[in-house]
Design a protein around this ligand. Structure first.
Ligand code: MG
Length: 301
């Protein structure tokens, strides 16, 4: 066996050690322990437009075995159909019915609270507002009619919108401030560098509001926060009506980010699996705080 296969990693406080193998090898030996697999996309299944080693084969295996899986994305600007097309262009056969976005979590949140109401959007919610049964406007002159604010990705006039949002919450601190994608930054869709994310924009406005004496707690929908994970169970149940999805502990979350995928899985009771094919190195994983320690580490999917 190759020398690298003998690298052992100490990955939990219980001295649990595991060979650095692929997630597919682990899955083949332990699939009876899981009801479904939740995958992160970027850095886990593909990097930019290029599939990562083993991703295509694993997805084909899951489809062939009819083993439940879902791709969890914080991207709440592209619809699941667009996201599926991006995946298919990258050579990964993922139907839109296997993608759950932080934007979909808005549907579960709004259904209970704000059906038919108007919200101010910073960015572009794509088709997720319609799916959630709410109305949105990007026109700052209409913000007074809005029941709250939703911050997402997309190009918009930051100064005009942010000042409108700041003034809105000064007058209505009881209104919800929803942020679909909590990420601070990600590779920009518009240039070769990094873009500033919706999460960072929300935290900036909340910091200014705090200086003005208003403490507005944002409601985050995407990883690592609970709403997107809470949606995963009914989403799987709808996709696989003959099966039962009740136990979060029988869901494996596979991702490359300690702060998003692993922390989110740990705090919501899923079995957290880190792959070292994205933004996290073995050294970073070893230094992670207890709540960000993965239950298992793999070299890739
Ligand atoms: Mg990722």
């Amino acid at each position: 066996m190759h020398f690298l296969m003998y690298i052992f990693l100490k990955i939990t406080g219980k001295n649990f050690v595991m060979e650095l193998i692929t997630f597919t090898e682990y899955f083949l030996a332990h699939k009876q322990d899981f009801d479904a697999i939740l995958f992160d996309i970027d850095g886990t299944l593909c990097y930019g437009g290029t599939p990562l080693p083993g991703a295509k084969e694993l997805l084909e295996l899951l489809e062939k075995e009819q083993f439940p899986y879902v791709l969890l994305t914080n991207d709440s600007c592209n619809s699941c159909k667009q996201k599926s097309a991006i995946m298919q262009n990258a050579g990964l056969p993922v139907p839109e019915t296997k993608i759950l976005s932080a934007g979909n979590a808005l549907q579960y949140w709004a259904d209970r609270n704000y059906h038919g109401e108007l919200f101010f959007q910073c960015g572009d919610l794509g088709n997720y507002a319609e799916l959630a049964g709410i109305k949105v406007t990007s026109d700052p002159s209409k913000i007074e009619q809005c029941k709250g604010v939703i911050s997402v990705e997309g190009n918009y006039d930051w100064q005009e919108s942010m000042e409108a949002v700041f003034n809105h919450f000064l007058a209505h601190p009881e209104h919800p401030y929803i942020t679909a994608n909590p990420d601070s930054y990600w590779p920009s869709l518009h240039h070769s560098g990094m873009g500033i994310g919706a999460g960072a924009q929300t935290r900036f406005i909340c910091a200014v509001l705090k200086d003005a004496g208003k403490d507005i707690p944002p409601i985050y929908l995407g990883k690592p926060y609970a709403p997107i994970y809470q949606c995963a169970l009914p989403f799987l149940q709808n996709s696989f009506p003959g099966r039962k999805f009740e136990d979060m502990g029988r869901l494996a979350m596979v991702g490359d980010s300690l702060a998003s995928d692993i922390y989110g899985a740990n705090r919501n009771g899923l079995f957290s699996c880190l792959v070292l094919s994205g933004i996290t190195t073995a050294e970073l994983a070893e230094k992670a705080s207890a709540e960000r320690k993965p239950r298992a580490i793999f070299k890739s999917v």
